[in-house]
Write a protein that binds this ligand. Structure first.
Ligand code: ATP
Length: 454
């Protein structure tokens, strides 16, 4: 069974994810992506961009700044309303999310209702998860935006708490410079920062993370329900392309009374992480809230003019949002396999082909035979022009397979003594462990065929 302990340990041991600043004792649940983690992350981003930008005619991409005009956050409501409820244990002084403590007990989401939270904490004698006491401060709002300063700007500037803001303020530029017409979407991948009250569960909740977001603009008269359903399916399919199984996903619809006044519907896609079902992606109908608020505040008309119909309108927007770090966690959790094999157990990361960090490893059978090493190096030098490859001559073949299986390398190529005479090599498939001999002159075509998206 896959547990978080196993994932965290493999991630560190094999260079996927390290605790950041470990030599200084770490920094508040911050992580670095190691050499394989960054390959995996880049592959997920590439797959997302290919799926939602390159393969669609109705999407364009942008890359906006992290530091945006402070007015944006005022108008979007983040400056006053981007709050979580926090509460402190008076005995051990540990800080918690009040809504999380309460929902664990009453099974109800009391987000935004501080007094009700206080009541539950008191009446149900909710215990501190850390010291077991039941003596709480009142719950109070905590704004999660990171503040900073910028030369030449008066007042506070914020690190963006979501990427979406940058899309709305670029709407006019996109309309003016591109040939887009609703329905169309603007996509963006980038860092977001939230001063979470409690971070944790490895890379699930951190204070610096990446999002892949889309604002999909539609004519307000469009029948949005079917489009909404389509986006939900696309979000689930994307998770499945990372390895998630359908049975491990479910939908959570935000109750009507919890929705902001402008939102018609919000549904989260939840995934069964080892610590339980939790939000992976979100999809919200945001009406024309953002564009109309920014129109009013900036004095610029953020509209679309339909020439054929001689109709001018502020588009409505569907917002599918994807957490990149949570996507990567899904890929790690769903790739993890322990298999009984002759001579023991193997751990193998069965990443889907499109996201496996390393596609091919090349081995000389023995590292102390220069003729084998020379030929293996030649093959590696050639293949690395077209594939993501690794050369490995460390330890015996069994040990090298074990390492590559834990990285999730798709194919291991071994040059042995027969290779020198017959100009061929063995290819071992990660999932079946079957080995085949292939002629070196046919190798590139063979691998292209294997790695092709079917
Ligand atoms: P949660 O309820 O888990 O705090 P949220 O509803 O606040 O999430 P959104 O504002 O909808 O999240 O953000 C969009 C996506 O960004 C989420 O679906 C998630 O994948 C990702 N995300 C949000 N907060 C974090 C975080 N602190 N660390 C990593 N990913 C995050």
């Amino acid at each position: 069974m896959v547990t978080m302990e196993k994932i965290v340990s493999l991630a560190k041991r094999r260079g996927f994810v390290y605790p950041a600043c470990e030599i200084y004792g770490g920094l508040a649940n911050a992580y670095s992506y190691g050499p394989y983690g960054v390959e995996l992350k880049n592959n997920i981003k590439k797959l997302w961009w290919k799926t939602f930008v390159h393969r669609r005619e109705d999407m364009v991409g942008i890359d906006g700044p992290i530091l945006l005009h402070p007015k944006l956050w005022e108008v979007s409501g983040h400056t006053t309303g981007f709050n979580d409820a926090m509460v402190d244990c008076k005995k051990c002084n540990k800080r918690f999310r009040a809504d999380h403590l309460v929902s664990d007990v009453v099974g109800e989401d009391l987000e935004g209702e501080l007094e009700k939270m206080d009541k539950v904490l008191k009446e149900k004698k909710v215990e501190c998860p850390d010291c077991g006491a039941s003596d709480w401060t009142n719950a109070r709002n905590f704004n999660m935006m990171f503040k900073t300063e910028m030369n030449g700007v008066d007042g506070d500037v914020y690190l963006r708490p979501e990427t979406a803001g940058a899309i709305f303020v670029d709407f006019k530029n996109i309309i003016d410079s591109m040939r887009v017409k609703p329905p169309f979407g603007i996509a963006q991948i980038g860092k977001a920062f939230r001063n979470e009250i409690v971070a944790g569960n490895f890379i699930f909740r951190t204070r610096e993370f990446e999002q892949m977001e889309i604002e999909y603009f539609i004519d307000p008269e469009t029948k949005w329900e079917s489009l909404f359903e389509e986006w939900l399916k696309l979000q689930e399919e994307f998770a499945m392309a990372l390895g998630a199984k359908k049975k491990d996903m479910r939908r959570y619809e935000h109750p009507k009374e919890k929705l902001s006044h402008y939102s018609k519907k919000t549904i989260d896609t939840e995934y069964k992480f080892p610590f339980g079902f939790s939000e992976l992606y979100g999809l919200a109908h945001r009406g024309d809230f953002d564009l109309s608020q920014h129109s009013k505040a900036s004095g610029h008309k953020l509209e679309y003019f339909n020439v054929e119909k001689n109709k001018r309108y502020i588009p409505h927007v569907l917002e599918p949002t994807f957490g990149l770090d949570r996507s990567l966690l899904v890929s790690l959790v769903s790739a993890y396999n322990e298999e009984e094999i002759k001579g023991g157990k193997r751990i193998v990361m069965k990443f889907p082909k499109e996201i496996a960090p390393i596609q091919i490893a090349v081995f000389p059978l023995l590292r102390n035979k220069p003729e084998l090493v020379k030929k293996a190096k030649e093959i590696y030098n050639d293949l690395k022009n077209n594939f993501v490859c690794e050369f490995d001559d460390n330890g015996n073949i069994g040990k090298r397979y074990r390492r590559q299986d834990e990285i999730g390398t798709l194919y291991c190529l071994t040059i042995d003594f027969d290779s020198l005479e017959k100009d061929d090599l063995t290819i071992r498939d990660r999932d079946t462990m079957k080995q085949e001999r292939v002629k070196i002159k046919e190798l590139t075509d063979y691998l292209i065929n294997k790695l092709e998206r079917k």
